[in-house]
Design a protein around this ligand. Sequence first.
Ligand code: GDP
Length: 403
Amino acid sequence: MDILILAVVIALVAVGAISGLVVSSRKKKQLPPPAPPSTPTITAPPAEPQMGEDAVETAEEPRRTIEEVGLPEAAAPAPAPVAEPEAPAAPEIEVPEPTAGRLVRLRARLARSQNSLGKGLLTLLSREHLDEDTWEEIEETLLVADVGVVPTQELVDRLRERVKVLGTRTPADLRALLKEELLTLVGTDFDRVVKTESGEDTPGVIMVVGVNGTGKTTTTGKLARVLVADGRSVVLGAADTFRAAAADQLQTWGERVGARTVRGPEGGDPASIAYDAVKEGIAEGADVVLIDTAGRLHTKTGLMDELGKVKRVVEKHGPLDEILLVLDATTGQNGLTQARVFAEVVDITGIVLTKLDGTAKGGIVVAVQRELGVPVKLIGLGEGPDDLAPFEPEAFVDALIGD
Ligand code: GDP
């Protein structure tokens, strides 16, 4: 009897073990290979992008091999994700950096490039004897930094007068004095807020103009990030149909932050794309529509015709809220000439100065504001996606002369 019971127990255990093996081997077989991420066939991002999706975070985590994770090879259910580098990646929605304090973050970059302006002035003013030669050097420093003839003269006159009144010059006095005078020159009264609200139920519409090569498309893309960072939804209009890669470039910027791009055929009519972009913005209930335009300075009449038409057509939907002129800070006088031409063609409401990281000519901020009577609203300080900062006079001047 005992033997019989033992035999039954052994038989049951054996059946259990076999069925377990079958199940576990089935389990192994059933383990699906890592599902390839879905490939978007549409170029536009999802209508309601989920900011901060996991994908963003995991993408930055170094992938570990099975050995590193410490799993015995037999337990590895399927090839690790690293084995499939070819899998097409779903578009990842990035979370742009907040805009507040961006200029402070980028201050070192600005300070490095503008060393000769701010610190140079401070060194000269600290000389024991402020003779005529020194004042000439001060003047030259300002002119070389593209401050412009008239503002330079004004500043030198003010400094001469105030230094005389000051009598003894401690480094702290001089720094405070220079900071105050530079701030006056840069201007603290301008409204530098980029206007993004129409005041109606429709999106705010911003047109971005400027000569090709100044960083116009990049700036439009970066501005989309600035707006998204501030919680706005954005539609982009790729109305630069002249430069072949511009629409692709803009669309890539848009996809990164979940902004739809309206585009047309290469060489197509920029005005109709701009019109469609605003229409799309209205249909989507977007907060802001950003329109990139072509900046061929072929002839003034040509430019006027093109930009004028874009503007007129867009305004069928409602008035434009901003026309931002993008200027490359490294181009000096040339940039000012461009600014003049554009200002004759359209009513510029704000200036974006790009590439301030690559030039010592920060004085262009002063010169261009004087030239157009329009404030610098944003500055570009690098090629990184979040290297566009709202222009804050105080942080700017602080960066020039250091703490
Ligand atoms: P567009 O023809 O005016 O649209 O010019 P793009 O937007 O294509 O920009 C031209 C080049 O300028 C690109 O290589 C950009 O990365 C670069 N660029 C734009 N803004 C800045 C900036 O603030 N700093 C630096 N260093 N490069 C910039």
